[in-house]
Design a protein around this ligand. Sequence first.
Ligand code: COD
Ligand code: ATP
Length: 198
Amino acid sequence: MKIGLTGGIGSGKSTVARCWAELGACLIDTDAIARSLTLAQGAAMPAIAKEFGPQALDENGALDRAWMRQQAFAAPGANSDVKRRLEAILHPLIGALTQEQAMASTAAVIVFDVPLLVESGRWRQRVDKVLVVDCEPETQIARVIARNAWTREATLAVLQQQASRSQRRACADAVLYNEAVTPDELKQQVLTLARHWT
Ligand SMILES: CC(C)(COP(=O)(O)OP(=O)(O)OC[C@H]1O[C@@H](n2cnc3c(N)ncnc32)[C@H](O)[C@@H]1O)[C@@H](O)C(=O)NCCC(=O)NCCS
Ligand SMILES: Nc1ncnc2c1ncn2[C@@H]1O[C@H](COP(=O)(O)OP(=O)(O)OP(=O)(O)O)[C@@H](O)[C@H]1O
């Protein structure tokens, strides 16, 4: 069974994904794949250097993530053009590696952690179920500020360029409401769902 796990920034996808992994699922994390592609010598780096110039690289030749985040989400007059150009390089590579990892897995359940599952549109037909992790936007913001030490504005800039909660819910086979629940309670909800689905 293939499960597409999605949710807005800071909603708790990775936390839910870890619960599935503890139950024996194979976890495929597209954020992690994107990061591996943009390390020094990463497969996306030649194209990124060509598209955005040396300013997009840090001193080791990896993607300068803070610079790119600023350009893609929060530069004055933030434009989706930089984001779109970055995605045009990364998404096909992420798609290929995702497929490769899934083919190599023998697990009965594969969980794809895909922040942009709803936005990309291509994912729905690649999975059997869509699981959305949802919470209040203020909770998302508080979690990201606490975890990443980003500013409220930087967090909002990302959040505002993502699908809305109702768009995500419209695609969902199940929604986990990760609000005012402890990580243990969340784990219990994942266990209940896993029993129901598998
Ligand atoms: C812009 C980048 C360099 C910022 O890196 P940074 O380390 O600061 O953030 P990180 O990668 O950990 O992402 C944090 C969160 O931002 C959100 N996010 C990332 N990329 C996007 C995007 N293209 N559109 C909307 N939200 C996004 C997600 O919720 C993600 O979980 C990076 O996010 C990136 O390379 N994005 C493009 C690749 C992509 O689309 N990744 C999403 C997985 S398919
Ligand atoms: N129910 C919860 N109670 C307390 N803290 C939580 C809960 N769920 C998630 N968190 C914390 O909130 C932060 C964000 O959670 P997580 O990394 O799972 O979200 P995410 O959706 O994967 O985020 P991103 O899209 O930014 O990768 C983490 O520090 C996590 O430990």
